[in-house]
Design a protein around this ligand. Structure first.
Ligand code: HEC
Ligand code: HEC
Ligand code: HEC
Ligand code: HEC
Length: 512
């Protein structure tokens, strides 16, 4: 073999060829490096503000000018196509799926209408449409208080802060929570969004809901000291939590409060409510003083293994996404089952089918027992009504009604902590099993009482096979409610939106 030197001696032009090739390769490498640097610059450039955001800008589209990727992915919560075994983004009429719910909530708004939650994009529209909010004709009309808006919109912190400037911090908040739901219909129009979770100044996560800050304070904790990773769950805990309306704090005000002062378990909250003799409503059949669990998603999550290992809500529900070399947080908050690759497989090596099966098997097992508990409580309500009809006294019924209250609290706590069967299956299973014990005890007491009253056969079970039959059984006139709702949606809501549009048009957005 000849060496390169010998080749070059024979053909001198070869040296030039080597030299020029090297020049070209070095030049190309230079181009590549410059393109990489440029891409990086573009990534930063993508976040160069286009418009100035005011502190409480409620319009997601305006934030979208500055942060198009986050905005576009947020907007995908409009998608309603995905369905998993029990959840997903489709709107499911739960009273149709399980008419026994109508009996459990007899005398309370949820017996009129209850659909499974869907994407944040729908938060305001779905509240307007729900039969639970009724068909108010004026600002002081309707079944619901203004407090019901609190977890629906970035207009909430905007209005709260406006009222706090006008009336002072305490009285301003009390004023927000005062009066009827229709009072704020024209003010609250933008669905859950950027201003709920971000400080526009630096895009840091921020807590905008006072109830969470106050609950921390009463426990002697300062939420501003929360770590970055904790904040990635706490922004969700502003809304995905158990709460009640404290009517004693300010005159005429339904002050949003979290029942966390004794601790954050199901029993801690129950003890809190029992101590202050709080009830959400009196059951129409059994007359039990009932509690409605709202959605203690955060509380239940915190008892699970993922929380224990420091995993946050955003890790699974808002995973990172890559697009054209830019990595950003996917704001399409949804069931992680629809995105296992980014939601789970960053930490787990198992196949998608295996991880999904893990979720479903936990849900199946929890729901099997929850269903048994539900059956027991429905029967207890029916039997309690039967006992009243047979002449039972308040003294005879007192303990039984408390058993009904406590068992249904547990059932609802498990059912309404959306995702709880996966987030924390052991705790959810424990809550349901204690509920079954209490419901059984109540029914034994009922059987003894009925025997004392001269009745020792099985109490007839009503025909509640469909939603319509169940609603008729508890005496609801759904046709009338639907008709009034239709009128409300075609007359009042358009006026609210018109007023809102005028207000928003009057705000100047400064380009930068
Ligand atoms: C301002 C209140 C609020 C905040 C903050 C909030 N949520 Fe929600 N969330 C809601 C409401 C209300 C719904 C139901 C909307 C509907 O059905 O119209 C919902 C629905 C959901 C759903 C169901 C979506 C579907 O497709 O079925 C998930 C999942 C969810 N939220 C997770 C989260 C996570 C995770 C966070 C924190 C990163 C969070 N939420 C923060 C109020 C909130
Ligand atoms: C329910 C709470 C929530 C809402 C609503 C929300 N975000 Fe975020 N956002 C987050 C979380 C959590 C992160 C991750 C922050 C972190 O880990 O530092 C994030 C990150 C970001 C970032 C930092 C860059 C990135 O992608 O990680 C930007 C910019 C952003 N969001 C913009 C928006 C915009 C624009 C909207 C409204 C269309 C919005 N966010 C709505 C919770 C929210
Ligand atoms: C940020 C990391 C992380 C993400 C994301 C994550 N996990 Fe986990 N997961 C863990 C850790 C840590 C454990 C605890 C087990 C251990 O320490 O070995 C765990 C435990 C589990 C377990 C066993 C616990 C139990 O409930 O019995 C299952 C099942 C599971 N994960 C499924 C999932 C699924 C499904 C997803 C996506 C929806 C997911 N994980 C997302 C880190 C993660
Ligand atoms: C380890 C991953 C993981 C973490 C962390 C996590 N979730 Fe979930 N979440 C899931 C899975 C899996 C489901 C079940 C989805 C299904 O059945 O389609 C779920 C379900 C939900 C649902 C019901 C969704 C629906 O479609 O109706 C809500 C709401 C929710 N989670 C909120 C939260 C909140 C709030 C936190 C933090 C406090 C949180 N999740 C933390 C994995 C997670």
């Amino acid at each position: 073999m000849k060496s390169i030197n010998e080749h070059v001696k024979q053909k001198p032009w070869l040296a030039w060829l080597f030299f020029l090739t090297t020049v070209v390769v070095v030049f190309m490498l230079g181009l590549l490096a410059s393109s990489v640097i440029e891409r990086r610059a573009e990534a930063v450039f993508a976040y160069t503000p286009q418009v100035e955001l005011s502190e409480w800008e409620p319009r997601n589209e305006v934030w979208g000018e500055n942060y198009p990727r986050e905005f576009q992915s947020y907007y995908q919560t409009e998608d309603t196509l995905f369905r998993s075994k029990y959840n997903g983004s489709a709107m499911i009429d739960m009273l149709e799926v399980d008419p026994r719910l109508v009996v459990l909530w007899a005398g309370y708004g949820f017996s009129k209408d209850y659909s499974q939650g869907r994407g944040h994009y729908y938060a305001v529209g779905d509240l307007n449409k729900s039969l639970r909010t009724g068909a108010p004709k004026t600002k002081d009309d309707g079944p619901m208080p203004s407090t019901c808006w609190t977890c629906k919109s970035p207009d909430v912190p905007r209005v709260m802060n406006k009222l706090m400037e006008e009336h002072g911090a305490e009285e301003g908040l009390a004023e927000f929570y005062r009066g009827k739901w229709a009072k704020l219909g024209a003010e609250i129009v933008n669905p859950i969004g950027c201003a709920d979770c971000h400080d526009p100044e630096n895009m840091n996560l921020r807590i905008t809901r006072p109830a969470l800050i106050e609950a921390f304070q009463r426990q002697g904790k300062d939420i501003t000291k929360a770590s970055h990773q904790e904040m990635r769950s706490l922004v969700c805990a502003q809304c995905h939590v158990e709460y009640y309306f404290d009517k004693n704090k300010f005159e005429g005000s339904n002050y949003l409060t979290f029942p966390w002062d004794n601790g954050m378990t199901c029993e801690d909250a129950e003890e809190y409510y029992d101590e202050i003799e709080f009830k959400d409503w009196t059951h129409k059949l059994s007359k039990a003083p009932m509690l409605k669990a709202q959605h203690p998603g955060y509380e239940v999550y915190m008892t699970g293994v993922h929380a224990d290992r420091g995993v946050s809500c955003a890790d699974c529900h808002m995973p990172y996404k890559s697009e054209g070399g830019v990595k950003y947080t996917d704001h399409k908050i949804q069931s992680p089952i629809n995105n296992v690759a980014n939601s789970c497989q960053v930490c787990h090596r198992e196949e998608t089918s295996k991880l999904v099966a893990n979720v479903f098997e936990r849900q199946d097992r929890i729901i099997e027992n929850r269903d048994k508990l539900e059956e027991l409580i429905v029967r207890a309500h029916v039997e309690a009504k039967f006992a009243w009809d047979k002449g039972a006294t308040e003294a005879q019924m007192k303990d039984i009604l408390m058993d009904i209250r406590h068992s249904q609290w547990r059932w609802d706590y498990a059912a309404a902590s959306h995702g709880g069967s996966f987030h924390s299956p052991v705790e959810t299973g424990r809550i349901i099993s204690t509920g079954i014990t209490i419901a059984q005890e109540g029914r034994i007491k009922l059987a003894r009482l009925l025997a004392d009253l001269g009745y020792n056969k099985e109490v007839p079970y009503p025909d509640i096979a469909t939603k319509a039959k169940a609603q008729e059984y508890i005496g609801l006139d759904v046709k009338k409610m639907k008709k009034e709702k239709k009128e409300f949606l075609s007359t009042i809501v358009p006026k609210w939106l018109e007023e809102a549009m005028e207000r928003e048009d009057s705000w100047e957005v400064k380009s930068l």
